[in-house]
Design a binder for this molecule. Structure first.
Ligand SMILES: C[S@@+](CC[C@H](N)C(=O)[O-])C[C@H]1O[C@@H](n2cnc3c(N)ncnc32)[C@H](O)[C@@H]1O
Length: 310
């Protein structure tokens, strides 16, 4: 039988080369919450608790996994994003806080627009003649998310704009499985499409079907030459497909998005993109022919988002 305090000591000794003391404390409390349902205060009060063999083994296995550099979210199989639970595994990027900022921006801009009632109102593309009237669905707000990964972007948007028609593309079938599981968990309907966006030719004849009011994306944006600067724990455990541009052109997705906006973004439609902090100006340049285009910083002060309005 092992005491919780002994497990804590093993955590600290075994992981000290990989993590700082405060990170180890945090990891220990995350797994105590998950395995024993103890919050931080209860944890401090229960350090003398004797663990069952099963629980001790869970902690010891976790330590071995953490020692390989595996992200704790993958060990848990889930993470929190935008205050919601999402399943993750080795096939999807672990959602980052920068993407919460992108979503916050998008949600505010869409709501702002609906309040002004200029183009659509919570899912309506035309101004509502009578605000009391429920929406009719031929004028739904249409959202396209490119490179959906775990599905965080479409799911959070659909939760905020339940009337919207939300489509998401990803090249990875494995990622889409997790995205679908997350959509089911949150009880939202998203149209998930397994496609290579870079080779996607939109059908211009079906104009109405292929014109979106919102295009949003956090595409792979690390150039091949930046590869060496990325931490091993990221490169080793998160899918390369999610991180790296397939060519030496780190802006390949952004160029295609800017081009596709010509025919497939509605008038006054908006684009929200997470970007490579080193390529802010170059990425913004692709959207300068829009009526409004702005480069925005994240909370750490790095160039991180592009907002453009057609
Ligand atoms: C940086 S991840 C973003 C995932 C998620 N949207 C997020 O913000 O956490 C990029 C995603 O794009 C997908 N992807 C990569 N190449 C693609 C392509 N050619 N067409 C469509 N999706 C692609 C990857 O599978 C990955 O899920």
């Amino acid at each position: 039988m092992m005491k919780l305090s002994e497990i804590k000591t093993i955590f600290q000794n075994e992981l000290s080369e990989l993590y700082s003391k405060s990170e180890i404390e945090e990891l220990f409390s995350i797994f105590c919450e998950s395995f024993l349902e103890l919050n931080k205060i209860e944890l401090r009060q229960n350090l003398d608790k004797e663990l069952s063999e099963n629980d001790s083994n869970k902690f010891l296995e976790t330590i071995s996994e953490l020692k390989t550099g595996k992200p704790f979210q993958q060990i848990l199989g889930e993470t929190e994003f935008y205050g919601m639970k999402f399943f993750v595994n080795e096939h999807v990027l672990i959602p980052r806080p920068e993407t919460e900022e992108l979503l916050e921006l998008a949600i505010n801009k869409i709501q702002e627009k609906s309040k002004k009632n200029q183009v659509f109102n919570y899912g309506l593309r035309e101004p509502q003649p009578d605000k009391q009237q429920p929406s009719t669905n031929n004028h739904q707000l249409k959202i396209l998310d490119i490179g959906t990964g775990s599905g965080i972007i479409p799911i959070v948007l659909k939760k905020h704009f339940p009337e919207a028609e939300v489509s998401s593309i990803d090249i990875s079938k494995d990622a889409l499985e997790i995205a679908k599981k997350n959509a089911e968990f949150h009880k939202v309907e998203i149209n998930f499409v397994n496609k290579d966006y870079l080779n996607e030719v939109f059908d211009s004849s079906q104009t109405d079907n292929e014109v979106y009011d919102i295009i949003i994306s956090n595409p792979p944006y690390i150039g091949i030459e930046e590869n060496i600067e990325i931490e091993d724990s990221v490169k080793g455990f998160e899918p390369n497909l999610a991180l790296f541009s397939p060519t030496s052109d780190a802006l390949i997705f952004y160029r295609k998005i800017a081009e596709d906006c010509k025919n497939h973004l509605s008038e006054n439609g908006m684009v929200f993109l997470e970007i490579n902090q080193k390529l802010g100006k170059e990425t913004l340049e692709l959207f300068l022919n829009f009526s409004e285009s702005v480069l925005l910083k994240d909370i750490s002060g790095n160039d991180r988002m592009i907002f453009a309005r057609k």
